[in-house]
Design a protein around this ligand. Structure first.
Ligand code: TXA
Ligand code: MG
Length: 328
């Protein structure tokens, strides 16, 4: 850990770079972000260029404190204050009607803006030092797996950024839950560590579940979090037979499985933790590591179907959808 003096100097430097229109990579509890001054359209445009991201895909504005909500949005429903009090700082993004200070560049021209207060000490220090909003997507090339370490960011973006704050591996590991509060009823746009059931319990009202047609967000595109190696989700009962079939064909396969699942020695295998939070934390790093092995296929044991697994299952389904999904 750097001394507090060094840390403070790094923060001041990073904040200065943001002020002068530069790009700063910073850790959050979910994944690494590629940040720019949310009120500087030219700086925000650099994010889209660095990621190769289409201009109509909106960015999340990160804030230092939950009471900044009304600086960045308007017509705020009571549900937003309730959720902000309960979950911020934390892995929840709220979609609200935007305040006029939010440029078109950030929202892709939409009348709404995504807002969140990240739960990471370095992100919060940076936001305080900068004292503005930081527009930041995940720090990966468009369509690739989100980075959960600085090494991943470098693989993705090379030197497209002006400064990097290294906070080690991200604690949550998958992107924030996104809840749209701009309509009549709350709607889940992207599942995350905070589940639909938890939000319904806090709000004491139903939330419209994530729909197949909800393509308003790029994270909602069917294949968005895709490794390059063909990826197949395989039900537990079929996993061993499928691995053996491929090995007999001379294929090199990588496998991610539940702890109790027995696997043949001759595949590249990794047992994941037994719970959804563990899968979320390890998933992207494991997919990246396997993707670099030049394998013929990645076989992932399909996780249980419970509500707690929704976010992990969502990311796996997207990673698999670029290739043929395994069907029995
Ligand atoms: O955990 C996270 O949310 C990370 C960290 C860095 O905060 N960020 C992240 O950003 O995942 P990004 O850009 O990779 O994904 C943000 C998602 C996109 O799918 C985007 O379309 C959606 O949020 N989004 C942003 N503003 C929106 C809006 N006004 N309406 C609907 N969706 C929006
Ligand atoms: Mg992303």
């Amino acid at each position: 850990m750097p001394s507090s003096k060094k840390l403070l100097a790094a923060m001041q430097r990073a904040a200065e770079i943001l002020r002068s229109g530069g790009l700063v990579v910073f850790p959050t509890e979910t994944v690494y972000g590629l940040g720019a001054d949310a009120e500087n359209p030219a700086a925000v445009a650099r994010i889209f260029a660095a990621k190769g991201r289409p201009a109509d895909h909106p960015l999340i504005v990160h804030m230092a404190r939950r009471d900044h909500l009304s600086q960045w949005s308007r017509d705020i429903p009571p549900a937003a204050f309730v959720l902000a009090r309960r979950y911020w700082p934390g892995p929840l993004t709220l979609i609200l009607h935007r305040a006029c200070r939010v440029p078109d560049r950030v929202t892709g021209g939409q009348d709404t803006v995504g807002l969140r207060v990240p739960d990471h000490p370095l992100a919060l220090m940076l936001l305080e030092a900068f004292s503005g909003g930081i527009a930041a997507p995940s720090a990966n090339r468009f369509g690739q797996v989100s980075p959960t370490t600085v090494a991943h960011v470098r693989e993705e973006l090379g030197d497209a950024m002006d400064f990097i704050l290294d906070g080690g591996p991200c604690r949550v590991g998958i992107e924030s839950t996104i809840l749209d509060l701009s309509g009549h009823q709350p709607r889940l746009l992207r599942p995350g560590a905070i589940t639909l059931a938890e939000i319904e319990a806090v709000l004491e009202q139903p939330v419209i579940p994530q729909g197949n047609d909800a393509l308003r967000a790029p994270g909602m595109l069917r294949s968005h979090y895709a490794p390059r190696t063909p990826l197949y989700l395989v039900p537990t009962g079929h996993l061993k037979a499928e691995i053996c079939r491929r090995l007999r064909q001379g294929q090199r396969v990588g496998v991610l499985a539940m702890p109790a699942t027995q696997l043949p020695e001759s595949c590249l295998r990794h047992h994941m933790p037994p719970h959804p939070a563990g899968w979320a934390r390890e998933l992207y790093a494991q997919l990246r590591a396997l993707d670099q092995q030049g394998l013929d296929g990645l076989l992932i044991e399909a996780p249980p179907s419970g509500a707690d697994w929704q976010a992990v299952s969502d990311r796996l389904a997207r990673a698999a959808s670029a290739h043929t999904t395994f069907r029995f």
